[in-house]
Design a protein around this ligand. Sequence first.
Ligand code: UDX
Length: 439
Amino acid sequence: MKITMIGTGYVGLVSGACFADFGHDVVCVDKDAGKIAAIEAGRMPIYEPGLDQLVASNAAAGRLTFTTDLAAGVQGADAIFIAVGTPSRRGDGHADLRYVHAAAREIAGALDGPAVIVTKSTVPVGTGDDVERIAREARPDLDIAVVSNPEFLREGAAIGDFKRPDRIVVGTTGDERAIQVMRQIYRPLYLNQAPLLFTGRRTAELIKYAANAFLATKITFINEMADLCEAVGAQVQDVARGIGLDNRIGSKFLHAGPGYGGSCFPKDTLALVKTGQDHEAPIRIVETVVQVNDLRKRAMGRKIVKAMGGEARGKTVALLGLTFKPNTDDMRDAPSIAIVQALEDAGAKVVAYDPEGMEAAAALMPGIAMANDPYSAARGADALVLVTEWDAFRALDLKRLAASMNAPVLVDLRNIYPAADARAAGFSLTRIGDRAIAS
Ligand code: UDX
């Protein structure tokens, strides 16, 4: 199959490289000439484990090419995927569909024959109808089918998620040719047992939002349980295990922490809330999830101040991890941003270390100092806070860290350090949802 991918952001680049790796012929198109040149030179625009090798090997095999010329890129394509950004619109939280609409118009204008246009960007229910209308208006002479095929990739695990998905969702309006093209494209995957689920187009669009909102709700549920555990003297990790072993609940996405962040959950929950309100079918549970999660991030700042005895003025707080989760350099809606703001408001100085996120973080938070490694971050600090659970932080020498600090206070927002080890190292420890052993 010949596939054209419009947009070389996270979704477009990973999906394009993976399709090529399955033997399809893929052209990736992006307006940003600098980005295309960098990718061609082997420099990836995002940090994603394994992506540079995957791009390099498929480009070398001639199956993966890059261009800024959309018109040339769509010639002869069996399917054209739209994987451009859908940021939250400033002011109202709706998804901004400007780039999706523009891509639809441009693709249709450049087509040289009948085609299947596939929206892979996360788009609100009904966007497929817009894309179809725009494309048909631009090219009444052509047979154009529009399909929805949402992605469920996690940053940091995107290649594995693409190649071994729990399911593939394809939403159509029943067009037989489109269904056959999508079957061909995903054949290598469903031969690997991945269920290929065909639904209506609006249904597919909604599945993506429903999945992300459900996961965000699960996280928020356990986060509120963590607060209750702290209030009543219980341990949230055991609560999560105790409920997660029930197959109907499942153990994943039950890790209490500082609140969810990233490029998807905050944006998609907000967009679903807006869609519900617009259609007079409010999703109140998700409205609450959004509020609770927003408040939680800043509350983590207060938790740190409390761990330092209630006073932060003139003190130094060292943060380990800044990105919204490990194995990414993505700072979008990272809890660290609200935490730093709260600490600075309370008069503290912040020093931080992150394996991949320091460049992006420095641009967002000019007030903080960056350290070269965890040990230099901790030196002389009044509190050490584990914000993001990078593997490289798991085996740190806690004794050495505690001994180098002004006050050996450890706030573990991801519960990765065994309490006994932290205590033995001389730390006073604060965890999430665990008052019983918090000092
Ligand atoms: C998510 C979805 O998982 C993916 O299917 C979708 O396509 C895009 O959004 P991603 O944002 O990359 O992927 O990260 P994910 O691993 O899901 O984590 C999201 C946030 O939730 C992070 O801030 C993470 O720290 C937090 N989280 C996750 C928890 O706090 N607890 C958990 O148990 C799981």
